[in-house]
Design a protein around this ligand. Structure first.
Ligand code: 3PG
Length: 303
């Protein structure tokens, strides 16, 4: 089988080597399309691929149509909002993700972002410490849980918001009200997927409830934060801050208007560590091999 790794933002070399080893040991062929700049390159590369590994690369209806032999797509990462599930399902293509494999990298970035914003984006001026502050975690999956543990180690008081408080979550302070979470927490970390239900859910009503000096941290997806609501909250409350790994559409304008109240990484870097690339990339390769060898679909997301 031909397994294509199509990554506009490439994996670390070590991860690619590991993927190749797994694929070739299972008797398959690896094709690589890295740092592509044009959709046409992806359309051409998928034409004879039986399987596809991507990161945030968009697997649209057009890509699916061009991939005549495609049987399985693995998004090496958590969020699969970049894959057109409907188009894949219509063709019987299995779509999987690799949950948890890059979570630690994202969790570390979220902590780093909190420190960065608390210390005036590493410029002069009096900052504040994380110790003793309250962190609200919206979305308590793999990433949220790791952030919580790291935050506790830093002396933070953690409150979680999650739709399902499982038994293993019992030790955490939890709230079932987002309004309550936002109004009680100095920092809020957003760790939810982008779905039709979550788009724009972090809105003015919530952001403006944050206490004085509150900081919203978004390492999830741009779409979950309502940009107009964010704009209104930041303009009414110069004490509020927003830090994100995925710049809002109007970031240049916001940066100009809100200065140090806002910071976005130039390119999404939550999962940009060698460890995360290796974990997610190798898991993706193994999942594809397992699918071809024994039909394993453990991580299928379009069932
Ligand atoms: C994910 O959903 O796994 C993260 O957002 C990482 O995305 P990336 O692979 O594009 O860095």
């Amino acid at each position: 089988m031909k397994i294509l790794v199509a990554t506009e933002k490439p994996f670390a070399a070590e991860a690619v080597n590991g993927i190749r080893e797994i694929v070739e040991a299972a008797g398959h062929e690896l094709a690589l399309l890295e740092k592509y700049t044009d959709k046409a390159q992806l359309l051409e590369a998928v034409a004879d691929a039986d399987a596809l590994i991507v990161r945030s690369d968009k697997v649209t209806e057009e890509v699916v149509a061009a991939a005549k032999k495609l049987q399985v797509v693995v998004r090496a990462g958590a969020g699969y909002d970049n894959v057109d599930l409907k188009a894949c399902s219509a063709r019987g293509i299995v779509v999987e993700n690799t949950p948890g494999q890059n979570s630690n990298a994202v969790a570390e970035l979220a902590i780093g972002m909190m420190i960065y914003m608390s210390r005036n984006q590493f410029t002069s001026g009096t900052g504040c410490e994380l110790s003793g502050k309250r962190l609200g975690i919206q979305g308590f999956g793999n990433i949220g849980q790791l952030i919580a543990k790291k935050a506790v180690a830093l002396g933070m008081d953690v409150v979680i918001y999650t739709k399902e408080v499982k038994e293993k979550h019992q030790r955490w302070k939890a709230t079932f009200s987002l309004e309550h979470l936002y109004s009680e927490c100095d920092f809020i970390s957003v760790n939810i997927p982008a779905t039709p239900f979550t788009k724009g859910c972090v809105n003015y009503n919530l952001i403006s409830k944050m206490p004085k000096g509150g900081c919203l941290v978004n390492t999830a997806r741009k779409e979950v934060v309502c940009e107009d609501g964010l704009e209104k909250a930041l303009s009414e409350r110069p004490d509020l801050k927003y830090v994100t790994d995925i710049a809002p559409d109007r970031y240049a304008e916001f940066k100009e208007r809100f200065g140090k109240q806002i910071f976005a990484t130039p390119k999404k870097m939550g999962a940009e560590t060698a460890e995360a690339n290796i974990n997610a990339g190798l898991a993706a390769a193994q999942q594809i091999c397992d699918y071809f060898s024994v039909g394993c679909t453990k991580y299928q997301v379009n069932k």
